[in-house]
Design a protein around this ligand. Structure first.
Ligand SMILES: *[C@@H]1O[C@H](CO)[C@@H](O)[C@H](O)[C@H]1NC(C)=O
Length: 400
């Protein structure tokens, strides 16, 4: 079956020799430096015999083009000798040949997603994302629903005039990073290593306040370059509560509404994710109160939490995030709460850890692992203080 533009390309491939035959004809006629003999013999080729000759040459050439071309746009599937041949011989292709290769690549890339390095392929697999959020993310019915709905809705817009900005809030180990990774993996074929996905960790990428001006420059440069490469980009800011206010300010123009007239043809879709533990405490208190009042966890809605969460974030004094213009000017589209995890969720994380290592487990082992976590508050002992953090290391104790 023909699947997508790539199928179209293979379908068109037999036409390539004709295209290139035309090109090499032009090459002979137009290139001033071409020897008189060569040009003369080109013109002298009689009728069908000559055409056959040229087609044969062009077919041989086009095979090489095809392998160079596929190395460019699908480097993952490119055999090593082909990659090496592009590097060693690519530059020695006739100038016009290089140009045709460029034109072909550009033409292909207008409807397929690729960039200089070839790993900008966008997959937008919403059924995969939905399945991941349902099956691998535990205890986060709100975050799961909100992320799927907002991201799918945004990416389906024909011409969004703004970036989608989501802010994930909750205690550590509740799945914020996990969901960010699921997004990268389902929206891009190369997941987090895609050139269209950039991850910034505040304490790792921007550790020293005195260098904030340098960081600003690097950050804007990186955002701009990524947007030039890819028509759909994902920027993830981990530890957002630790981002310098100056950096948050630098981000503002990228989050604001864009003038539709100034819309660049490229990269109209951008998703920003801010991950932080801000508001974790108020989320936990709200959930605890609702559970104690007899609510079932799954009946808790975003309306229960969001107003409190937003207040808490804006009033937090120990972080610049709540006071930044991106929060104050409502540039964040959704505040997404991650609920504190209970014993049964930790058990499920342990089960997944065994399954992902393809190991057998017993129900007792799952209980043992879940019991290793500390549960708070002291009285109720309801929520795992570390969520599902480092569960995958803990299964090591139970290996045969
Ligand atoms: C989408 O993701 C699902 C689950 O990971 C996978 O089975 C399916 O093949 C993916 N679809 C595409 C088109 O990549």
């Amino acid at each position: 079956m023909l699947r997508g533009p790539r199928g179209l390309f293979w379908l068109c491939f037999p036409l390539l020799p004709l295209l290139l035959a035309g090109a090499s004809g032009q090459l002979g006629a137009d290139r001033p430096g071409a020897g008189a003999e060569e040009a003369g013999s080109g013109r002298a080729w009689p009728g069908i015999q000559g055409l056959r000759e040229r087609l044969r040459e062009a077919t041989a050439l086009s095979r090489r083009y095809l392998s160079l071309f596929s190395c460019r746009v699908w480097p993952g599937e490119c055999k090593e000798d082909e990659a090496a041949s592009e590097q060693s011989q690519g530059w020695s292709l006739p100038l016009l040949g290089q140009q045709y290769l460029d034109i072909l690549t550009t033409w292909y890339c207008t409807f397929q997603d690729c960039c200089d390095h070839g790993d900008c392929r966008i997959s937008n697999n919403f059924s995969g994302l939905e399945a991941d959020l349902k099956e691998r993310l535990h205890g986060q019915h709100l975050a799961g629903e909100l992320v799927l709905k907002t991201v799918r809705g945004y990416l389906d817009l024909p011409r969004p005039d703004k970036a989608l900005v989501l802010s994930f809030h909750g205690w550590s180990g509740t799945g914020k990073n996990f969901v960010a990774r699921m997004l990268a993996e389902n929206l891009y074929r190369d997941g987090l290593s895609s050139d269209c996905v950039q991850v910034f960790i505040a304490t790792l990428h921007f550790p020293h306040p005195k260098y904030v001006d340098l960081y600003k420059e690097k950050l804007t440069d990186q955002i701009r370059k990524t947007q030039e490469y890819c028509r759909q980009t994902l920027f993830i800011f981990d530890e957002a509560e630790k981002l310098h206010p100056g950096l948050l300010e630098t981000l503002r123009p990228y989050l604001e509404h864009q003038d539709p007239k100034a819309h660049r043809a490229k990269s109209p879709r951008t998703i920003f994710l801010f991950l932080s533990n801000l508001g974790g405490k108020v989320i936990n208190e709200m959930v605890l109160n609702l559970l104690k009042a007899g609510w079932s966890r799954e009946k808790i809605t975003a309306e229960h939490l969001e107003p409190h969460l937003q207040n808490e974030i804006m009033e937090s004094t120990d972080s610049g995030f709540g006071h930044s213009s991106i929060v104050k000017e409502n540039l964040i589209d959704f505040f997404i709460p991650f609920l504190p995890l209970e014993y049964r969720h930790v058990r499920l994380c342990a089960r997944d850890a065994f399954l992902s290592e393809e190991l057998l487990y017993t129900e007792e082992a799952l209980d043992e692992i879940a019991k290793m976590m500390i549960y708070v508050p002291k009285e109720e002992q309801l929520f795992s203080s570390q969520g599902c953090k480092s569960i995958s290391q803990r299964i090591n104790y139970f290996l045969p």
